[in-house]
Design a protein around this ligand. Structure first.
Ligand code: 261
Length: 404
């Protein structure tokens, strides 16, 4: 075995969760597509390799990370192909179109954001992730889905449990999953979700409203028929993980980057129109969904000079692609002024994120309200921010202070 494969064989899931960049900086240089035993899959790390695969749906069939399938079951939009994928996107996309989002998003986000900030204002310190960003993120998307009566704490607990299971990608040398207790916790949460959502679907069957789930139930099925729950539930789980968690991750990552560079923070606070640019650069800098797409080669393929036999699943690491120095100068730096190049935080090709506009609108509004209410926000000098996660990545929390 060559020296090059040797170090890859000893990469661990812990390393990937703690500091994926240390591993992937080297993978991009030495092995743009390589088998990584820790997760039992081939992994594509360069922007070129990820784009080539993501944009070629003729030669690659979309599947899902095995730990993701164990968490959500089959039938998610994430793993659908061809007509089935088109049908699911017809169910999911309409409520997320920019023109539609722009009509409802302010009323959905601002009042709750202001309410939380009023409560925090006099305190002078907070874990802004746990006390503001995560609640705003889940309340906005939860309300949009129609889960207005599910408390924010419950929604946060759901996405955290589902995310730990989905990202539980480690396998032993036989390819069997480790840490089964994380899947069992997600099984229990899925049951809890059904207990909450079943009665809501019963009600929407008789009394449709403007919520996303009511539309899924009524508009996604055959003419005049309700969409089957079998088709709806896997995609509810997808939303209750990614859609609930990631706007919050982008908010915290944006603020973390700005707090580390007070000159850039000051520019954004002085000129709120820069918020979208800051949030977009944050999504490139630390992609909240660092890893998720898996594609299987339909025939023998060669990607970036690496031969991939037919039937090989390849994991696309968009977080790594976003740090590719062939595209970005000093990619490890958060830089408001870098030339705009399309990054891969929202994926590419047919499976590109359906929620990019709604998600980034929620991020923008949450940051606008925060900087308006607390323009003198500072990092807590006693706390070091820890980023964690390979599949999903973001700050574990973010302690901040301000003078009251
Ligand atoms: C709404 C998008 O959600 C996800 C995306 C990728 C992996 C898991 C998700 O829940």
């Amino acid at each position: 075995m060559s020296a090059t494969t040797n170090w890859i064989d000893s990469v661990t899931m812990e390393q990937l969760n703690e500091d994926p960049n240390a591993v992937h900086d080297r993978l991009r240089d030495e092995a743009p597509v390589a088998f990584v035993p820790a997760v039992g899959l081939h992994v594509a790390s360069t922007r070129e390799a990820c784009m080539a695969i993501a944009q070629d749906s003729e030669n690659w069939t979309t599947v899902i990370l095995p730990s993701g399938e164990r968490t959500f079951g089959t039938g998610t939009v994430l793993a659908a192909n061809g007509d089935e994928h088109v049908e699911l996107r017809k169910m999911i996309d309409p409520g997320l179109r920019p023109a539609s989002v722009d009509g409802y998003i302010d009323d959905m986000v601002r009042p709750y954001a202001r309410h939380l900030l009023e409560q925090l204002d006099e305190k002078g310190r907070a874990d802004i992730q746990e006390e503001y960003f995560a609640p705003v993120s889940v309340r906005a998307v939860g309300d949009l889905m129609g889960l207005t009566n599910v408390p924010a704490e419950t929604l946060v607990r759901w996405f955290k449990t589902l995310a730990l299971a989905f990202g539980n990608a480690a396998v032993d040398d036989k390819g069997d999953f480790l840490n089964l207790e994380l899947f069992e916790a997600a099984d229990a949460v899925r049951e809890e979700i059904q207990e909450v959502v079943d009665p809501l679907l019963d009600n929407w069957a008789e009394n449709p409203d403007h919520s996303l789930l009511s539309h899924w139930l009524h508009d996604g099925g055959a003419e005049g028929e309700l969409q089957s729950r079998e088709k709806i539930y896997p995609n509810i789980y997808v939303f209750l993980l990614g859609a609930l968690q990631e706007p919050g991750h982008v908010m915290t990552t944006t603020l973390t980057a700005l707090l580390r560079d007070p000159a850039q923070l000051e520019r954004v606070i002085d000129e709120p129109a820069l918020i979208p640019r800051a949030a977009n650069e944050a999504a490139r800098w630390v992609a909240p969904i660092w890893v998720a797409a898996v594609k299987v080669a339909n025939c023998d393929m060669t990607v970036s000079g690496v031969d991939i036999p037919a039937g090989t699943p390849v994991l696309l690491t968009y977080g790594s692609a976003n740090r590719d120095s062939d595209t970005w100068d000093s990619p490890e730096q958060f830089d408001l002024d870098r030339p705009t190049m399309p990054h891969l935080a929202f994926g590419a090709g047919r499976h590109a994120c359906a929620g990019v506009h709604v998600g980034m609108s929620i991020v923008r509004i949450a940051l606008e309200e925060l900087f308006e209410a607390i323009p003198n926000i500072e990092a807590d000098p006693d706390e070091d921010v820890t980023f964690w996660g390979w599949t999903f990545r973001g700050p574990q929390g973010l302690r901040v202070t301000w003078e009251v």
